[in-house]
Design a protein around this ligand. Sequence first.
Ligand code: CMP
Length: 214
Amino acid sequence: LKDIPLFSDLDNDELTELKKVTVTKTFPKNTILFSEGDPSDSFYVIRSGKVNVGINDEEGREVILSILGPGEYFGEMALMDGEPRSAFVMTKEMVRLLIISKKDFKLLLSSDNEILLKLLKGLQKRLREANKKIESLALMDVYGRVARLLTQLAGGSGEEETTIQDKLTHQEIANMVGASREMVSRVLKELTIEGYISIEKKRITIHKKLPYEW
Ligand code: CMP
């Protein structure tokens, strides 16, 4: 547990206590862990694998708010504010999760200020990311949004050739940038023709810095 950033400041006694109340479970790819609006009963920490956090509208269209991976956590919001789940969480691949019940999560929070502070920092990080997303939805066209997303997923400055490790379908990219699949396909095709990217087996390689404005 010590290697999970959220728990890294706990002392040995606290870690032993925590171990007693966590359950580890493995879920296959594409499992819905919970839906938006569900009542909440647990807090989750990702041991391995990745999950999509997202929301659906009435027509079943999906917006992916974030992709979370090893060491990250979810499900804290509904436990802390007592509201229903703010988003759905679905596994993107096989995932191993540590699960803590609502009761034990609350005990942990009341006994440890460091954890509370870390959760607050995590919330601020997510708010900053959400602000960026609002900015790109309000001010950028689909080319710019796709360019920014790919640069972010590649994890670098975008200056050097990088391959994005995650396999991405056009639909998934569309769900992340708030555009139609058709539009995203058109943008990716154009980026390929102009030599910015190449795609092999759903893995995208960025060859040169993608402009956010066209
Ligand atoms: P909760 O509302 O309990 O259930 C959905 C979870 O998704 C939520 O807690 C957060 O842990 C997580 N979540 C919600 N919105 C975002 C976001 N914009 N970025 C990352 N994670 C989020």
